[in-house]
Design a protein around this ligand. Structure first.
Ligand code: ADP
Ligand code: 5GP
Length: 204
């Protein structure tokens, strides 16, 4: 794959504020492509197909796995979630910053495949109690879904050390400011290919 762009992986518990932060920062981080994942979970109220996710059946998702259409995929909270390879490849060729909102399993897979152009940040509310409050205040999930997400968050937080940066989303303005810095740094990360070219030209 020709790699000219860069990847920024964001992970963190569902309800951490990832979508809120990306939206708040969108004007300030330059030309980026937000990778729209494919999922088998049901849309939440207000979510749109092709905007928030591509919502598909389990059968369709499994067809895509067989066809090798995913850069990575994982089972999270009992549903499949995956990143389609094609739009990511196109955005990278165009030199864009590609932003993923994926879980810790997805981060490991992206690192394994594209470590040299990947930067990552783990976004989390300051405490588990605060996370629970936000999930309830969001009013998008029923009780069993919230409990499931909290249980998942307890294990996801243990992966925090695998990320380049941790952004604690206590105050939204502070968290957004930190995110903008991370996004700008991610853009500066060069692929090995580019580095080799740079060294050859520098020495010439
Ligand atoms: P994620 O995309 O990580 O699942 P969201 O961006 O949907 O999380 O945020 C979850 C909920 O928490 C939303 O209702 C959002 O408005 C709220 N929220 C986000 N950041 C903060 C913050 N710093 N303080 C209080 N509430 C917040
Ligand atoms: P939600 O259901 O709240 O939208 O997302 C649940 C979890 O799935 C979050 O941790 C989110 O980061 C993760 N997720 C969303 N899309 C993908 C994806 O394409 N791949 C992986 N591995 N995880 C994803």
């Amino acid at each position: 794959m020709q790699k000219r762009g860069a990847i920024l992986v964001l992970s963190g518990p569902s309800g951490a504020g990832k979508s809120t932060i990306i939206n708040a920062a969108s004007e300030e981080i330059g030309d980026y492509y937000f990778s729209i994942s494919t999922t088998t979970r049901n849309p939440r109220v207000g979510e749109k197909n092709g905007v928030d996710y591509f919502f598909v059946t389990k059968e369709d998702f499994e067809e895509d796995i067989k066809a090798g259409n995913f850069l990575e995929y994982a089972e999270v909270h009992g549903n499949y979630y995956g990143t389609s390879l094609k739009p990511v490849r196109e955005a990278l060729v165009e030199g864009k910053l590609v932003i993923f909102d994926i879980d810790v399993q997805g981060h490991r897979l992206v690192r394994a495949k594209m470590n040299d152009i990947t930067t990552s940040a783990f976004i989390t509310p300051p405490t588990l109690i605060e996370l629970e409050k936000r999930l309830r205040a969001r009013c998008t999930d029923d009780e069993s879904v919230i409990i499931n997400r909290i249980e998942n968050a307890k294990s996801e937080i243990r992966a925090v050390g695998e990320y380049d940066f941790t952004i604690i989303n206590d105050n939204i303005e502070d968290a957004t400011r930190k995110f903008i810095i991370v996004a700008k740094a991610a853009r500066l990360k060069q692929s090995r290919e580019d580095e080799d070219k740079f060294i050859t030209e520098w020495l010439a």
